[in-house]
Design a protein around this ligand. Structure first.
Ligand SMILES: [Zn+2]
Length: 482
């Protein structure tokens, strides 16, 4: 496992939660080309437990219920292709969907703003259920021991660092990219299932067209977007499918009326800045009221309790990690204790003050697979909301090159005031009615220009250069608390 020491550093820092990061490969799956239904169910259940623990959507009740209701209708059609079908919405900002062996289907929170109806939701669920039915979900899992595709660039090592969050059982499915043939096969099967369950199969193409227009990078956790894991241009030729579709007898009772847009009101749009954002060269974590300066051009990823910044050449890392107070008793030699628990050699720590905060720091050495012999500067800073570990890690050969940057990052740690933290507001979806003479740019300006008119056009499936039809219900992006 590459950079195991870094993972261990994180593990030591967040004790209990990360102590469960060991790979959970069920017995017998290592060399098996096929899995038994029991094994599939085990894999899905273990991964599902991790995902629910780490990416549970705090405010997703209505969306998840909607997904479960639509999924239940489709489950009747897909039936025995999985032991039990389960549907969940995960708190990732990147728009995407994926499935795990055993019938576990996930949609990200970030996907919902790009859906416009219950038929759209059904189309995405049916697409993922088709991957399970066609054996693609198992194939992805079994291929998970292969290296991740290198063309995914910067998020790759970060994804590995975040292995504690996205467990080895989950990451392959998240990062799997299917070839166009498998995508088309999934879409064709999904179309038949949609008809049988009483949904509109044309929604598949509507959703694909919308997501194909997006050109987004990974979200702040490193989760890829739909466009990064799905081949473009796999839309269905529905007219060619008509003979097969008409042979499917549709569900007796059609699904109820569509109030889908109303479910989107107040939904977080994209990453939640309260969990972490970069402003100029400072990384801010308003929810934990902490901030630190990161070197120019470094890539930052974060989740609710930690940040990892990687140097442009991926040869040095700065980690910020919150230590829940219930899990760690501060001591005079906290930094040394944490470093040793992470597998670094014993070294003498020193006490210091960082912007008025009591801190301890230690410089130590260890071995990291992939980086080799490393040197690390590890500090533990006592902030009002608990201790934070700040660590700079580089190979021994490169350490001198980064030493001053590590020191500067540690010295830059500061507490955000309550007012400063409260002033950072998330972006949310609101629903409004188009006014006479509206263009996408005008609608964007009306809400402070948080997103470009072009993105509003994609969200609402309009042509970017055409007027917005008066009276049309629109998804817009606004700033504010729910
Ligand atoms: Zn797919």
């Amino acid at each position: 496992m590459r950079r195991r020491l870094l993972l261990l550093l994180l593990a030591a820092a967040c004790a209990a939660s990360c102590a469960r990061t060991t790979a959970t490969t069920p017995p017998g799956t290592e060399a098996a080309p096929r899995l038994t239904a029991t094994q599939e169910a085990q894999i899905g259940a273990l991964a599902d437990r991790d995902l629910r623990r780490d990416a549970r959507l705090p405010e997703g009740g209505a969306l998840e219920r909607e997904a479960q209701q639509v999924g239940a209708r489709l489950s009747d059609v897909f039936g025995a292709h999985a032991p039990t079908w389960r549907f969940a919405v995960l708190d990732f900002g990147a728009p995407n969907a994926f499935a795990l062996p055993g019938g576990y289907v996930y949609l990200t929170r970030g996907l919902f703003p790009y859906l416009s109806s219950r038929d759209d939701l059904a189309a995405v669920l049916a697409h993922e259920m088709a991957h399970v039915a066609l054996g693609d979900a198992v194939a992805d899992y079994l291929a998970g021991s292969e290296p991740l595709p290198s063309d995914l660039g910067v998020f790759r090592p970060v994804a590995r660092l975040f292995g504690g969050r996205l467990s080895p059982a989950v990451a392959p499915a998240l990062f799997a990219s299917h070839d166009a043939e498998r995508e088309r096969a999934a879409n064709a099967l999904a179309a038949r299932a949609l008809v049988a369950a009483g949904f509109d199969p044309a929604a598949i193409n509507a959703v694909l067209d919308t997501l194909d227009r997006l050109d987004l990078d990974t979200d702040e956790v490193g989760v890829p977007t739909w466009g990064m894991t799905h081949n473009r241009g796999t839309r269905l030729d529905l007219s060619a499918l008509v003979p097969t579709l008409t042979a499917v007898s549709p569900a007796k009772s059609p699904p109820g009326g569509d109030d889908f847009l109303d479910h989107l009101r107040g939904l977080l749009f994209g990453d939640d800045p309260r969990m972490g954002l970069v402003r100029v060269n400072e990384f801010l974590m308003p929810s934990l009221r902490i901030a630190l300066t990161i070197p120019d051009e470094w890539d930052v990823s974060s989740d609710r309790t930690r940040m990892i910044a990687a140097s442009p050449d991926q040869d040095a890392f700065i980690v910020l990690q919150w230590v829940p107070q219930s899990r760690f008793r501060p001591a005079p030699n906290t930094a040394t204790a944490l470093a040793m628990r992470a597998g670094f050699k014993q070294a003498t720590g020193e006490t210091m003050t960082v912007n008025g905060l009591a801190a301890t720091a230690v410089t130590t050495t260890g071995t990291v697979e992939g980086l080799g012999e490393v040197r690390a500067r590890v500090a533990c800073v006592q902030a009002p909301l608990g201790p934070f570990v700040v660590a700079g890690v580089a190979s021994t050969a490169k350490y001198a090159e980064f030493q001053s940057q590590f020191g500067a990052a540690i010295k830059s740690v500061r507490v955000m005031t309550t007012a400063e933290a409260a002033g950072i507001l998330p972006e949310r979806i609101e629903i409004e009615t188009a006014e006479p003479g509206d263009t996408w740019d005008r609608v964007a300006r009306r809400h402070g220009g948080l997103v470009m008119g072009n993105l509003l056009a994609i969200l609402n499936r309009g042509a970017a250069d055409l007027a917005v039809p008066e009276g049309r219900r629109l998804k817009v992006v606004v700033a504010g608390e729910k």
